[in-house]
Design a protein around this ligand. Sequence first.
Ligand code: ADP
Length: 400
Amino acid sequence: MLRIGLTGGMGAGKSTVALALADLGAVIIDSDLIAREVVAPGTEGLAALVEVFGADILAADGSLDRPALAAKVFGDDAARAKLNSITHPLVGKRTAELIAAAPPESIVVQDIPLLVENGLAPLMNLVLVVDVDIETRIHRLVEFRGVDEADARARIAAQATDEQRRAVADVLLDNSGAPGEVEAEVHRLWTERLVPFEQNLRTGTSARRGAIRIVPPDPDWPAEAQRLIARLWIACGTTASRIDHIGSTAVPGLPAEDVLDLQITVADLAAADSLRDALGAAGFPCRPDITQDDPKPTSQDPAGIDTALWSKRFHQSADPGRLANVHVRVAGSPGQRYTLLIRDWLSADTDARAEYLAVKRAGEAAAAGLTGVAATSAYQKVEEPWFATAYPRALAWQTG
Ligand code: ADP
């Protein structure tokens, strides 16, 4: 099951996008609706609220008088925390039930206005943010939904900022255009990304790799890596001791293939194996065919032939819209230390970076016309010998 989070500021067009996704076959889970359901008349949720806040939060018909409850918690952090401690677990439980009831091949879209405020982004396989500037949103809320302008401004001011939402967005859907435009964008996203992502996730397949292309450095790479790392932390829990952005996309200013490399550090290979299913469900299926890095000379093994020292587990993103490699390596192993060292050395040394870029270009040329594993292998044939010579230099740099 692919789990998508959908959010956006009030009036951005979440409902519009959710409707378009439902038309395409997504299972929509509406958190506002659930929040109302769990405190409907006759529920344990409403009974708990009455017990804490008093019977005067009820309307004449026995339903929750929202403004009355809002007045009681307004400006009172303790009361608000109490309210959340009652409703959040109920919303969570109902959400979990609905997710569990969705067929395994579903694309589940959770429409959550407060996704950012509640820190839920890392729980999702992908986060879609509907983005429209505030003035347009206010205009639409006033014009089409009859909301009072001052009320709209106050409520928007109480929510996360557009910047905060953009920071968690894997996909930013611009809904500032004419009606219908965002639906076309959603349609494209569905066929090109969400459907293959779900299929890959269900079958434990990594997203297909095309030809190797070295592209100019993308200033968004570090932030994208941090979004994936937040997801990996949820999947790993305390089994990981650190998770790092490594590889060429982690070296500022270095042209690279548009594939993020991430490293999960664990205590031993058994711990690496124990993460297999959780990483798969998070969107990073295991590549069981790759179990080690190419050995390089080390002080323990000057000939650089001991492959066991370089064992790892390897996962790749199932998302065709965000290629990524996840290396699970043992703390203190040569591979785990080497990758961090090379990243830091290349970041610090302009000449080394230029030299490495020339090697990357040569690798790209060697892989021209190839795709997938054949391309990677042709590329690595050029790159790996350079790394073998770079390692001692990086070590020398480290020890000064
Ligand atoms: P949200 O669910 O994020 O609060 P809605 O989907 O309800 O936002 O959209 C807010 C209002 O703007 C609705 O009345 C909707 O019909 C309207 N709307 C949505 N997209 C557009 C658009 N591209 N152009 C004009 N109005 C739009």
